[in-house]
Design a protein around this ligand. Structure first.
Ligand code: HEM
Length: 435
């Protein structure tokens, strides 16, 4: 679609004050769906991670199995009542997707199982509401961040300080803070979305007044991206890496989260269940960050895919779009096809080059700093032991032994390759490299 000045942010379910977040918390589900609401409110108290073999977790296993067998005995609820309001569809997605992850990850591991069943009372309505919302039928960034909050003071407007994250698997404040940091990053990005929108509505992008405005907006964008970087770093004092790696992250894993040796998820009663997108939530699903890439013409397609003679490959970032609500993805598709891109304009107009490059550099630095966080929270933690807090001497010894035996080396490598690739494609957008 070519750019049209008649298109507005609201067409993409984006608000000029709150961006990708709704302006108000999602409404509660109608009483027809009380079983979903009740199961979700019980879940974090009743369940532990299935792989947790601590005394407390083992003591919960009976109640945990009852929670799951109740769900298997539920009727498959019709979703028609939810279609009267898209906010109810989102709330249903959030409920069901959390329930699916609670259900699967609370099952104690059973060796030799090739697949694990998501029962039809969860799978069928989740597939249906996901189809209507145009998004993956699994827990996504929208469920854990965009739609997972309530006001602290309902009489005040939405801000990072006035929101409380509602659903967390582990019951820890660390998990709440982890999502709150992402939400704060999104809220800081709202001004960036408005800058992008302003550019799309310029009647004549090459006029002197448009160039002056764009120059100032690119400078503003640079400082917004720097703020977003700082916000991402602010996770470090409020979310403990050991708690994140052992108590929080395992709940997020989707069907393919831990490689081919773990059982794949089968959605009972859902046609073509093998073709569903079931990866689980990731910051890579942040439409705001994808919008920055699209606006600055950062191209994340794997390099071979850009060569028309080779078979098309789908990169991680593109795949992540399928986990976004359909209307947010449509916003990115709209940005992908501008009448004139900021980068093309900056190539033509020397006055814009420095401000464009400064914005791209800020985005590259954000990715460098994010990589450091990932290293601290995942790569380093993959060498620690579940029940021993990081930093203690015994944990350090076990970490050394595990590294020496090479027990947990590979996930970190794959992550580094992925994150280096997004950082490098950002760097490739710099004009000073192409002139
Ligand atoms: C403790 C904090 C964080 C950790 C441990 C973390 C971890 C990760 C990991 C492991 C990936 C690789 C893809 C995946 O496996 O999902 C990733 C990608 C990504 N994360 Fe984070 N993340 C953190 C905070 C954030 C925040 C606050 C944001 C901002 C919204 C964010 C945005 C992204 C983006 C956009 C990607 C895609 C790759 C890229 O654009 O370079 N992350 N993150």
């Amino acid at each position: 679609m070519a750019q049209s000045t008649t298109v507005s942010l609201s067409d993409f379910d984006i608000h000029s004050d709150t961006g990708l977040l709704p302006t108000r918390p999602l409404p509660p589900l109608p009483t027809t769906y009380a079983s979903w609401t009740k199961a979700l409110s019980d879940a974090s108290r009743v369940l532990s991670l299935g792989e947790d073999d601590s005394k407390e977790a083992i003591a919960k296993r009976g109640a945990s199995e009852r929670w799951r067998s109740d769900i298997r005995s539920w009727p498959i609820l019709d979703t028609t009542e939810l279609t009267k309001d898209v906010s109810l569809l989102k709330q249903a997605h959030r409920h069901l997707a959390f329930l699916v992850h609670y259900y699967i990850h609370s099952i104690p591991p059973c060796e030799g199982t090739a697949s694990v069943c998501v029962p039809a009372p969860l799978a069928v309505p989740l597939a249906e509401v996901s189809r209507l919302l145009g998004m993956a039928p699994v827990l996504t960034y929208a469920d854990t961040v965009l739609w997972n909050w309530e006001f602290i003071d309902p009489s005040a407007p939405l801000s990072a300080e006035n929101m409380h994250i509602t659903e967390v698997f582990s019951g820890t404040d660390d998990e709440r803070q982890f999502h709150a940091v992402s939400a704060a990053t999104e809220l800081r990005g709202v001004e960036a979305i408005r800058i992008i929108d302003d550019f799309n509505h310029l009647a004549s992008p090459t006029s002197p007044s448009s160039i002056t405005k764009l120059n100032a907006d690119l400078a503003r964008l640079t400082s917004i991206i720097e703020d977003m970087s700082d916000i991402i770093q602010s996770v470090q004092p409020v979310c403990d890496p050991h708690v994140f790696y052992w108590q929080i992250r395992p709940w997020f894993c989707g069907s393919d989260g831990r490689g081919p040796e773990t059982p794949e998820w089968v959605y009972e009663g859902v046609p073509r269940a093998q073709q569903l997108d079931l990866s689980g939530p990731s910051g890579g699903q942040s439409t705001t960050i994808h919008a920055l890439d699209a606006f600055l013409a950062v191209d994340h397609r794997p390099r071979a895919a850009k060569d028309a003679s080779s078979a098309p490959t789908e990169g991680f970032m593109h795949r992540m779009r399928r986990y976004m609500p359909g209307r947010h993805r449509a916003f990115l598709e709209y940005l992908d096809d501008p009448a004139v891109s900021v980068r093309e304009l900056a190539l033509q107009v020397p006055q814009l080059r420095d401000s464009y490059d400064a914005a791209v550099m800020a985005l590259k630095r954000m990715r460098d700093l994010h990589m450091r966080v990932v290293c601290r929270y995942i790569v380093n933690m993959s060498r620690t032991h579940r029940h021993i807090p990081s930093g203690c001497p015994v944990s350090a010894m076990i970490a050394r032994m595990e590294t020496e035996r090479g027990l947990r080396g590979t996930g970190g490598n794959e992550l580094s390759i992925l994150l280096k690739a997004t950082r490098d494609s950002t760097k490739r957008a710099l004009l000073k490299n192409s002139l």
